[in-house]
Design a binder for this molecule. Sequence first.
Ligand SMILES: [Fe+2]
Length: 246
Amino acid sequence: MLEIKIANQAYVTFKSCRSSAIGENKVLLDNKAELTALLTEIRASDLKIAPPKKGSKSSHKPPVTYMHICETDAFSMGVFLLKRGASIPLHDHPGMNGMLKVLYGKVKIMCLDRLEKPPAPGAEAEAVFDPPLSPFQKDALSLCVRRCTGEFTVHSEPCALSPVRDNIHQIDAVDGPAAFLDILAPPYDPAGGRDCHYYRVLQTVARNVDKESDQSRREETWLLEIPQPDGFWCGGETYPGPEVSV
Ligand SMILES: [Fe+2]
């Protein structure tokens, strides 16, 4: 019944986080710690999910599928399944928290943060893009700082994101198929301003942010918002595990 405990804890944790103005208060941090502990224990077998058998023919399937488990106004929970070599391209979760726990296989997650201060108007003029951007594309630019890139397996702790930290990420299956349990809080809601956007990395430059010190170099990355990439689509799949409701 771990999956039900996780759903209940996700609700308790995120029920007061229904807007993008989310503070990291102590109650939220304590609840997140409890949710992290529960997610660390979950295994694919708890959800009646198993890795595809070696040699199974799956070329007709989408590269990524999603099993919906449950959704409330506070959070959504489901499982993403990635075929060998599949990737969920760079995308964001505006105003949302997230927790991701690998169920089988291995994933590489590359995270970016939008800079707290948006770039000064015209800052993109300093960057050299090849090919040059059209005026229309300049409106779709954002400047981010590159955060961690890490590999996660079933033995790893969950990977967490918040509205301001690690909110933009790309997830690649490594060395075979992979699956992860995904909690998003609040759920995506295009009508409520929480739609998913996709991005392409245009350029990454190392910048010294403190002229007094050599220690404070960071990687700044220009992103261009793009339509959903051609090679990526996400199909639906029936969740085979125990019913979960809150
Ligand atoms: Fe994501």
